[in-house]
Design a protein. Structure first.
Length: 223
């Protein structure tokens, strides 16, 4: 899924093979997949709140109105379409990239199947706030595991590198575009979309540093 501009923490820019050779493999794999599952749960909470979705999920929900797919399936499809754009941008996927595309989408649909829709506004608001906070934690967890960028993250960094524009500008343009397209398709936006937009960056930035796993490899950069 989509993340914010990288916080100031030591992150490694490694290829797929080097990611496996960089140490602490057991902890990093557990953290990666726990983060991705938590991300799926957070999306399900926001969907069930009926108070608005994250920008990319507005697009995913819009696609469900035109194709016989669930929102998680739409997420998987869009992820792989986005990854095709990595080819001309020369972005290098990792196990985290492919896992991001599959695990988040599948887990979203699983959690939606068992999570009911509350009727009380207070409970729906709790679902929304919990979804945004948990998505910040999930983002920090899977990025900190250092197994490669998510599909949308790679598109953002690739476009920024090719255009010379800032990550913030590219990310903003991307998310405004997908929200607009999602709304045209009948996607769900609302107060939750605004809450997500203004809070996910600070949340991820605050939660990432303690979750970044230090690797043996020296090919690091400061985000």
């Amino acid at each position: 899924m989509s993340t914010t501009t990288a916080p100031r923490a030591l992150l490694s820019d490694l290829g797929p093979v080097a990611q496996f050779r960089a140490g602490q493999l057991g902890r990093r794999l557990v953290q990666l997949y726990a983060g991705l599952l938590l991300y799926g749960f957070s999306i399900a909470l926001m969907v069930r709140s009926h108070l608005g979705l994250a920008p990319w999920d507005v697009l995913h929900s819009g696609l469900t109105h035109h194709f016989p797919i669930d929102i998680g399936q739409a997420l998987v499809i869009v992820s792989f379409v986005v990854m095709l754009a990595w080819i001309p941008l020369r972005e290098m996927p990792g196990i985290g990239t492919v896992s991001n595309a599959i695990v988040i989408g599948v887990s979203t649909d699983v959690f939606l199947a068992v999570l009911g829709t509350p009727h009380q506004v207070a409970v729906r608001t709790t679902f929304l706030v919990a979804g945004v906070v948990l998505q910040g934690l999930a983002t920090a967890a899977y990025i900190g595991a250092q197994f490669g960028r998510g599909p949308r993250d790679g598109l953002m960094t690739g476009l920024a590198r090719r255009t010379g524009r800032s990550l913030r500008l590219v990310r903003t343009a991307m998310e405004l575009t997908v929200v607009a397209l999602g709304l045209l398709l009948g996607g769900v936006a609302g107060i939750g979309t605004i809450l997500y937009a203004v809070s996910i960056g600070p949340l991820s930035q605050a939660l990432l540093p303690p979750l970044v796993v230090t690797l043996r490899d020296r090919g690091e950069f400061r985000g």
